[in-house]
Ligand binder design. Structure first.
Ligand code: GLU
Length: 457
C-alpha cells in the first residue's frame, strides 16, 4: 500500500459532506461508502458534515433521508456537524481574509458575467474571470453602492503553480493563472461552499478529503485558501465519476436513483457495499455479506483514475448471490417486515436459491400456502398421479417414490413426467426442488391442487 501522507501518531479524520438539497443518490452513496471504508480501515474518525449553507434549498427531510440512507448501508459516523450553525465562525474568517487583501468585491451581474464568458469563448480564450473588479476606482465603487448594487466577493488566487499528490490521481498540477478567482460570498453576504468547507476542514482537523473528481479544480483553489488561513491542506483523493455500462454519461434515471428507491426495490445494502467497495479498483468485485470483511480488505490505493462503469444489472446479480449466502437468522426480521413472520428456516433454505430479491420469497410463500391456480393440460395423467400419491406422513423421500410410481404406471419420464406435476402443484413451470416443495406445500394442499384436474377434465 502506498505510504499515506500522515505520521503514525495521527488519527485519520475524514468527512462526508452531503448537501441536503435532495435525496442521496448512487454517486453520493459511493463517495460516502469509499470515504467511510477508507476511514474505518485506518481506525480513523468519520464526520458527517451537513453542507446546508444554501438555506433555501436545504431541507430537514433531505437531511433525515441522507442519514437513513447512510445507516441503511451500514455507514456510521463519530460526529455530526451542520454548517448552518456556524455562520459567525465563517464571518470571522472572512473578515480576516478581507483584511489580508485576499477577498475583493465585484459588482458584475450574472448577465454581465455571462456576456464576458461568451465573448472570451468567441475569441477562443479560456473563460477565466478577468479581474476587472480589481481595477475599480473608489468613485466607481461608490456609484455602484449608491445604485443599490451589493458586491459578491472573490478570492484572489496567487498566480503560482499549485500541486498536490492525489491518493487516486497521483501528482496533480494547476497554474493559479488558469483558474477563475472563486466567488466566496454572495451578494446577500452569505458565504459559499468553498470557504465554509475549507474553514471546517481546518477546524475539524480533517486529514483526508475524499470526493468526486468534479471537485478537482475546486481543490486547486481550496489549497490556496488553506494557506491563506494559515493551514496546511489535507490530503486529497478524487474519485472518478461513474459512467453507464457503455462508458457514457450515467443516465439521469440511473444517476439519480436514490438509496430509498433501491431499498424499496428490495436490494440488500450489502449488494451496493460489495459493488462500490471494488468498482474502479484493481480488485475483482466479490460478494460480501459481512461489512467487517469489506473494511479489512479495503485499500484506496487500488483505485485508479479510470472511469468506473456502473451497471444496475450487476447490482441485482450481486443481490441474488448475497441472498443465497444468507442464513435464516440474517433475514428473519426483514421477512417479518414483509408480512412473512410464519416462515421458518426450512422454508428459507428451500426457496433462497430461487430468489433475486428478498421480496421474491413472498411469491414462493404464496405458491406454497396461498391460492394457486394449477396448470393442468392432461387431466388423465394428473388423475393417475393423484391415485399414486404416497400416504402421509411425508418425508424427503416422498417425492422420489411418488415420481417412480408415476413413471412406472404411465411410462413417462424426464420433463414429460416432472413438468405437468410441477405445473399442477405450483401453477408455475419453474421453482425450487419438488422434493422439498412437496413438504412445504403439505399433503392436503398438494391433493387439493391435483384434484382440480376434475374441473379441468
Ligand atoms: N457538499 C459538497 C458536495 O456535495 C461537498 C463536497 C466536498 O466533499 O467537499 O459536492
Amino acid at each position: 500500500m502506498k505510504q499515506l501522507q500522515m505520521n503514525r501518531w495521527m488519527t485519520m479524520r475524514v468527512r462526508f459532506a452531503p448537501s441536503p438539497t435532495g435525496m442521496l443518490h448512487v454517486g453520493n452513496a459511493r463517495t460516502a461508502l469509499i470515504s467511510w471504508l477508507f476511514t474505518r480501515a485506518h481506525n480513523g474518525h468519520f464526520i458527517l458534515r451537513i453542507d446546508d449553507t444554501d438555506q433555501e434549498r436545504s431541507k430537514d427531510e433531505y437531511e433525515q433521508a441522507v442519514e437513513e440512507g447512510l445507516s441503511w448501508l451500514g455507514i456510521d459516523w463519530d460526529e455530526k456537524r451542520r454548517q448552518k450553525d456556524r455562520f459567525d465562525i465563517y464571518n470571522a474568517k472572512i473578515e480576516q481574509l478581507k483584511n489580508d487583501g485576499r477577498l475583493y468585491p465585484c459588482y458584475e451581474t450574472p448577465e454581465e458575467l455571462d456576456l464576458k464568458r461568451k465573448s472570451q469563448l468567441s475569441r477562443k480564450l479560456p473563460p477565466i474571470y478577468d479581474r476587472e473588479a480589481l481595477e475599480l476606482s473608489d468613485e466607481q465603487i461608490k456609484q455602484y453602492e449608491v445604485a443599490g448594487r451589493n458586491p459578491h466577493w472573490r478570492f484572489k488566487l496567487n498566480h503560482a503553480p499549485i500541486e498536490w499528490h492525489d491518493e487516486v490521481r497521483g501528482n496533480v498540477k494547476f497554474k493559479g493563472a488558469d483558474l477563475s478567482d472563486p466567488v466566496l460570498i454572495r451578494e446577500d453576504g452569505s458565504p459559499l461552499y468553498h470557504i465554509c468547507s475549507v474553514i471546517d476542514d481546518i477546524e475539524y482537523g480533517i486529514t483526508h478529503v475524499v470526493r468526486g473528481e468534479d471537485h478537482v479544480s475546486n481543490t486547486a483553489c481550496h489549497i490556496q485558501m488553506f494557506e491563506a488561513l494559515g493551514s496546511k491542506a489535507p490530503n486529497f483523493a478524487h474519485l472518478p465519476l461513474l459512467s453507464d455500462k457503455e462508458g457514457g454519461k450515467l443516465s439521469k434515471r440511473i444517476g439519480s436513483l436514490s438509496l430509498a428507491e433501491l431499498q424499496e426495490e428490495g436490494l440488500e445494502p450489502m449488494s451496493l457495499v460489495s459493488l462500490f467497495a471494488r468498482l474502479g479498483s484493481s480488485d475483482p468485485i466479490e460478494v460480501f455479506t459481512d461489512i467487517k470483511r469489506v473494511i479489512a480488505e479495503f485499500d484506496l490505493s487500488k483505485f485508479s483514475r479510470g472511469t468506473p462503469k456502473f451497471d444496475a444489472q450487476e447490482l441485482y446479480r450481486l443481490n441474488a448471490k448475497i441472498l443465497h449466502e444468507l442464513c435464516f437468522g440474517d433475514v428473519k426480521s426483514e421477512l417479518a417486515g414483509l408480512g412473512l413472520s410464519d416462515l421458518d428456516k426450512d422454508f428459507w433454505e428451500v426457496v433462497k436459491p430461487n430468489i433475486e430479491k428478498l421480496s421474491d420469497v413472498k411469491e414462493w410463500w404464496d405458491v406454497a400456502k396461498g391460492d394457486v391456480k394449477p396448470i393442468i393440460e392432461d387431466a388423465e395423467f394428473i388423475a393417475e398421479a393423484l391415485e399414486l400419491l404416497p400416504p402421509t406422513p411425508w418425508d424427503e423421500n416422498t417425492w422420489m417414490s411418488w415420481a417412480n410410481a408415476v413413471k412406472e404406471k404411465t411410462g413417462r419420464k424426464g420433463k414429460k413426467l416432472f413438468m405437468p406435476l410441477r405445473q399442477a402443484i405450483t401453477g408455475m413451470d419453474h421453482g425450487p426442488e419438488l422434493a422439498s416443495l412437496l413438504l412445504l406445500i403439505g399433503a392436503d394442499n398438494v391433493k387439493a391442487r391435483l384434484q382440480s384436474h376434475k374441473a379441468a377434465a
